[in-house]
Write a protein that binds this ligand. Structure first.
Ligand code: IPM
Ligand code: MG
Length: 361
């Protein structure tokens, strides 16, 4: 890759900046090894800025991200800001405005990580969840009637469009094919009750799969059953595709079976040409741990690896993809040295874990 990779960095709130610093440390260490150039530009969006200015982020400010190849986000959430303001105003706003319609969340048990499921190891927990990221209950459609009266009515609508569902399904089929695992894509919904939205998903899944992905085995789980199988037989899964709200829920369950939020990473991806994606550790800002150097940065470092993998692929830069693989391999060498994946019990400080991964590159 001849040009410089341009990364917008939002450290965010609480422990967000601490884990972001470790992810950037690893980026800084891997770039010379794979011979690529990058520059980071920091943005201070988040709770503190909101409390000072009364503004979260404007449409114009989000638009400015389009000049970057990709965004890296630490965490948002501030104890003095009422719930919803930063989550909807910053995180969801960026996802929606930049049309990051895929939320990719690998569920991978790293070596040496304690799994809460008895008898399961890294060979059993190694699947990927593709969560639709712009529709469903997250559209914000609905409202109140007779608010604050005993006759109050609230509606919140689950919206699925054929367009939105289809682009997500196609991306998931492609991922499943690229993984070359067991060529099995599991759709998760609730077609026995949600007979409109679920039906649209299921029909699109069958039609697209039959027409364009005959090599991929199509599998279907109801959401409640999927929660059960995650615990009982996680080895069953290869690639999963799921609507936004159900995806939000099962990926937290996924994070737990891979050792907790300290290791779970994800990407909000706009796969279209010129699309700007955003990568983040799945954990929140953990305000009570701020500044204590006890938070596990593995998730944040893994998110940086995912970022390089996607951008390297988009820019046809095999060295950047190789850097992503190096980070993944270095994480696998680091986790067995750590006592635990939980905050305060790692046996190392946040910054020491960043050093260990950097040295293992
Ligand atoms: C996540 C989070 C967000 C979501 C919240 C913070 C809006 O839970 O990334 O999974 O619901 O998508
Ligand atoms: Mg969530």
């Amino acid at each position: 890759m001849a040009d410089t990779l341009k990364i917008a960095v939002i450290g965010g709130d609480g422990t967000g900046p601490e884990v972001t610093r470790e992810a950037c440390k690893v980026l800084n260490a891997v770039a010379p090894l794979e011979n690529f150039k990058y520059e980071t530009t920091e943005f201070d969006y988040g709770g503190d800025r909101y409390l000072k200015t009364g503004e979260v982020i404007t449409a114009k400010q989000i638009d400015e991200f389009r000049q970057f190849d990709v965004i890296y986000l630490g965490a948002v959430g501030h104890p003095e800001v009422p719930p919803g303001i930063l989550e909807k105003g910053l995180l969801l706003e960026i996802r929606f405005q930049l049309d990051q319609y895929i939320n990719l969340r690998p569920v991978k048990l790293y070596p040496g990580v304690d799994c809460p499921l008895k008898g399961k190891g890294p060979e059993d927990i190694r699947f990927e969840v593709v969560r639709e990221n712009t529709e469903d209950l997250y559209c914000g459609a609905g409202g109140f009637l007779r608010k604050n009266t005993p006759q109050e009515v609230a509606t919140q609508e689950m919206i699925s469009t054929r367009f939105g569902v289809e682009r997500c399904l196609r991306w998931a089929f492609e991922l499943c094919r690229r993984r070359k695992d067991r060529n099995q894509l599991t759709l998760v919904h609730k077609t026995n009750v949600l007979t409109y939205a679920g039906d649209l998903w299921f029909r699109a899944f069958e039609e697209i799969g039959e027409a364009d992905y005959p090599d991929i085995k199509r599998d279907y789980n109801h959401i409640d059953a999927a929660c059960m199988w995650f615990i009982k037989n996680p080895e069953y899964y290869d690639t999963m595709v799921v609507s936004n709200m159900f995806g939000d829920i099962i990926t937290d369950l996924g994070a737990m079976i891979q050792g907790g939020l300290g290791v779970a990473a994800g990407g909000n991806i706009n796969p279209d040409p010129g699309g700007c994606s955003m990568f983040e550790p799945m954990g929140g800002s953990a305000p009570k741990y701020t500044g204590q150097e006890v938070i596990n940065p593995i998730a944040a470092i893994a998110a940086m690896g995912m970022l390089l993998n996607l951008v390297g692929d988009q820019k046809k830069a095999p060295n950047v993809v190789a850097a992503a693989h190096r980070i993944e391999a270095a994480i696998c060498k680091t986790t067995p040295k750590m006592k635990s994946m939980s905050a305060g019990r790692m046996g190392y400080t946040t910054s020491e874990v960043g050093d260990l991964v950097s040295e293992a590159l």
